[in-house]
Design a protein around this ligand. Sequence first.
Ligand code: BG6
Length: 497
Amino acid sequence: KKTENQILVIFGASGDLTARKLVPSLFNLFISGHLPENFVVLGASRSDMTDTAFRKKVVTESTYLEKKLEKLDKEKIEAFSNKFFYEDLGGSYDTDYTRLRKRVEDLKNKYNTSGNIIYYLSTPPTLYETIAQRLADAGMNTQNNGWKRLIVEKPFGYSLETAKQLNKGLQQFFKEHQIYRIDHYLGKETVQNLLVTRFANSIFEPLWNRNYIHHVEITNAESVGVEKRGGYYDKSGALRDMFQNHLLQIVSLVVMEPPISDAPEDIRNEKVKAIKSIRVMKSEEELYENTIRAQYVASTIDGDKVKGYREEEGVDANSTTETFAAVKFFVDNWRWKDVPFYVRTAKRMPTKVTEVVIHFKTPHHQIFKDSGMENRDNKLIIRIQPDEGILIKFGVKVPGQGFKVERANLDFYYSSLAETYVMEAYERLILDAMQGDATLYARADEVEAAWEFVDPILDYWEKGKDVRMYGYAAGVWGPENSHDLIDGIGEWRNPGP
Ligand code: BG6
C-alpha cells in the first residue's frame, strides 16, 4: 500500500511513550523504507525546547537507538533525526493553537508534506477532548486540504459512562472514521493470526463451536510488578489496565463470526457483535461466583526480596486495587451457548506469557478405555507471546500390543520463519494509521460494548457484599481460590517459562 506524504504531530512528545515506543517504531519504518518520501514529525508539549534539544531527547538519547547506533552509519541516524521538530504550547494544552498551526504550515511548505496530518495524543486522557477542541478552534481538523487523523492511547475512559463521554467529546470535533484508538495487542502478529487460523483454514472452523469445544481459557501473565507506574496502576487495576481492552480484544477474535471480507468495517462489525454477545453479569450472586480479584504480597523470588503491591511506590497502603483478575463468563449466541470462558490476567506471576487455549470435548464414545489419555486431551493452544506459535495436542498410539494412547504435539513456532521480519506492534499500527487502515484499531461502539461487560464487575468489586480481596505471593500463579473458578472443569494451564 502507498503511504502518502504527511506530518505526524505528537502531543505529549516529551513523555516516555515517544522515546520508548514511537521513535523506535518510526525508526524501523524509516530503515525499512516505509516512511513516505516527504515526512516530518512535530513534537508538541508544554515545556520549552529547541528542535535540537528535542532531537537529542527523543532520538539520540533513545535507549533503543543508542543500542543500534554503533552498528548504523551516522548519516542514517542524522537523516532520521532531521525529520523531527518541536513546538512548545506555552505551558498548557488548553490554549490557542494558532502558533502551532503556523508551524505546521511552515513545515508543510518547506518539506512538501501536503496537508495530511496525524495527531497522536500521548498525553493524559483527561486532555484528549481539550486538545481535539483546540485543534478544531484553530481549524486544524478540516479535511479540505488533506486528511486529518487522530490517534488516541488507552485508557479510553474509566467506566462505561466516561468512555461514552470521551467518545462523544472527540466526535464533536473529529468524525469516527478519523479517530484511531490504539490497542497494541491488535498490533501483535499472533493476535492477527487468530483471524487467519480460523478463517483461512478448513480444518479448525468446523470444530469452532459448542458442539466440539468444551471451554476456552485465556491467560495473560506478567512476571513484573507495577514497576514505576504505581500511581497510575493504583487507580486502574488489572481489569481496567488489561482486561477491558487487550483481553476482550482477544476474546472478540476468538468468538466472532466469519466477516464477509477482510475490509476494516466488516471485521470490526463482527468484533462488536462478538463483544455484545458476552453475557453481562447482573446479580451479586453471579458476580460473586464468576469473578476473583487478588493482590500480590511480598515474597522472595530467586533469593531476591520482592515488595508486595501495597508497599510499591505510588500505591496506597490500604489499596483495594487488584493486580490479579479472573473472570468466568458465557457468550450468548448460537455458536457459543453454554461454553464457559475463563480469562485471567495478573502481574507478578512466575513468567510472562499470553495464550489462548481451546479445550476440545472428549470423543462421545470412548473405545480405548484405560488408554492413558485423560479427558479432553485435544487442545489447540495459541501462544501469543513469547515463543509465538500454535500448538496442537492430540493422542497417538504407543507402538506395541493393545491400544495405549500417548499425548503428542504438532507445534508451529514463528521463530521457524527466520527470514520473515516481524514488525513491532506499534510499528505496524502506526504504519496502518499512516495508510488510513483502521482494521486493527478499536471503534467507539467496540470500546463501549467492552465497558458494558466490565462495568458491573468493577461496581461489584467496589461496593458489593462479600467481595474478597485475596492475596498471592509474588511469583506464583495467583491466589489458591482462583482454582475454585475453574473447578469441576479442570485446572488452569500454567505454561512453563
Ligand atoms: C499495557 C499495560 O497496556 O500492556 C501494562 O498498561 C502491561 O500494565 C502491558 O504491562 C503489557 O503489554 P505486553 O505487550 O508486554 O504484553
